[in-house]
Design a protein around this ligand. Sequence first.
Ligand SMILES: [Zn+2]
Length: 334
Amino acid sequence: MTEKTITSSSVDSFVKTRMPAVGVDLGGTKIRAAAVLDSKLVSEPMQVATPSGPENIVQAIIDLIGNFQKDCVLSGVGIATAGIVNCDTGEIVGSTGNLPGWAGTPLKQMLEAKTMLPTLVDNDANAAAYGEASARELMNTSCISVVTLGTGIGGGLIINGKLFRGAHWGGGEIGHIRISMGNKRLCTCGLFDCWEAYGAGRGLVATARDILSGLSSNQTPLCALGEKLTTYAIVDAARSGDIVAQRAMDSWHEHIAAGLVNLAHILDPDAFIITGGMAECVDFSLLHEMVTDRCLPRVGENLMIHKSNLGGMAGIVGAGQLVLDSLAEKQLPT
Ligand SMILES: [Zn+2]
């Protein structure tokens, strides 16, 4: 048996992992950042508008990091970015419509050269999932599936305490699992009947339009909205007792449940965590009932469905904590 020796460098390393990291969430319209320690924000978040072009974006991130360096010594930088990321190299390998020209940017290399801080880059949905699971102290569970309900549906999977990224860095693209046959709804990805075409915000609007097509404005004021029909209008009308809007909301919950039931039978997760702007519109007790009713008893009876605790901060917390955990792992005494 080899005796483990704690060396002076590992003590230094332990001290370093007690320093906060900066978590950065890079989106199409804004870049937000905050200092993170122990899966929590330890500073006020800062934000700037996302400039155009990769070089300007990288410079804006460097400037944000510089602001935090004025106040504290940092252990590293974690970046949550839209697009597909090779997490080994920290390069953006898949573009996104929100950040034109972003694919091919060697982000980790560029940031480390300028800041001299260890940097980790991941996809924003993965980082948010990591933030949600670590903030709830769920990293010692078998499987946590984090589902982001927004305009579309994204997600991240934590399996045995690690993010599952798939063979081509595309794991967890759960918005595009197929939940219906018959090519009824075209998804933004070009395929038909993806989960997000039904279960995301735009899915709720499409469902409401289907229901409204056979009705007149004396049956519901939603008919008068025409092209101006939004998720908020539907949710508000349902809360005010409009039975047509309530029907659309019930169908929307059925659609969300359909995707969760599929995932539950593949993953048998400890919990789903639902986040994203549309999570605010979910009736969690109704959703839980629908999902557990449609799952095999072994899968459904202990399945938890939580609402996000972190909201819009999940990506920042997750990106910061990812780099802290990666540093701690590398620095364990051997
Ligand atoms: Zn799709």
